[in-house]
Design a protein around this ligand. Sequence first.
Ligand SMILES: *Cc1c(COP(=O)(O)O)cnc(C)c1O
Length: 361
Amino acid sequence: MTRAFNFNAGPAAIPLEVLKQAQEQFVDYKGAGMSIMEMSHRSALYEQVNNEAQSLLRELFGIPDNYHVLLLQGGASTQFAMLPLNLIRPGGAGAYVMTGAWADKALKEAKLVGDTVIAASTEADKFMRMPDMSEIVVPDNASYLHLTSNETIGGTQFTEFPNTGNVPLIADMSSDILSRPIDVSNFGVIYAGAQKNLGPSGVTVVIIRDDLAKDSPKTIPSMFRYDTHVKTNSLYNTPPSFSVYMVSLVLQWIKAKGGVAQMEQYNRDKTKLIYDAIDQSGGFYLGCAQPQSRSLMNITFRIHSEELEKQFIKESEQEGFIGLKGHRDVGGLRASTYNAVPLESCQALAQFMADFQKRNG
Ligand SMILES: *Cc1c(COP(=O)(O)O)cnc(C)c1O
């Protein structure tokens, strides 16, 4: 068996150890005579999986006791709507930090639901940087401030977060959750689709402070209310049980690797190889994001000619590299280097980049 050098943006690489463990348990989960997928979500065995996914997340991410961990469906895209539905207060507005494609999608949904305001924008710089903390203005009537901690398409990442005082800070961490330690107590809500850094698609993690899960408007249907899922331990309806199980295995894997601080170091080592290949290419490769905002999860870069970019993608695929084509909206090249992408894949890519330059520079 050969495993591809997988740089997909999402769904993305899952640790080989996790896939093998799932394979071992696939047909007969813990002697039950059936797979986890065939089991009642009310069974003791599944409840264990549901609880373990939550408690490992708490442990690894340092989530304080006054937060709930919810395991929901509908992806981060559903949170774009659920957040403003539940959290924009009468007379209030959702404040958004505009940093690229994902922030824009979040804002668009909020606009359908209530009043919104733009608290900062880096559009003038084509979203190739994150704003400084001093650029972010939280209006008096803000019900919350929403930001995207890592812009998966542009390849930019926040390195610090604004102090918003009493206004809840909300972060879409879909593409960098558990890639580095974060002080969760600075946030009102953190949410993330699982398919980048936590496992397969199908489950969305929502970490929400107690008080924010309470006073949702009475008119919101049950499935879209945070309190519904809080009260039922994320078992209000049938959960995506196989996805939750896979997330629990990925969390065990992160723990065995030494935790989130170790992940960050590993991610720094991995991305340095590729950013160095860009910076030391004498201008053959051009990094897209401004250096102070460079992401440790999605490395975006270009070659001076689109012809060569096409050739780069074609030849890289022949060599076993997958997913290096930039997002269709922005073009260019992108390497996604989530937690589960091994160092060896990044070493191989850096080598391929140097060789490609030698042949075409
Ligand atoms: C992928 C992604 C999303 C969309 O997630 P879905 O689970 O597909 O809805 C939202 N935000 C960011 C930052 C992403 O990377």
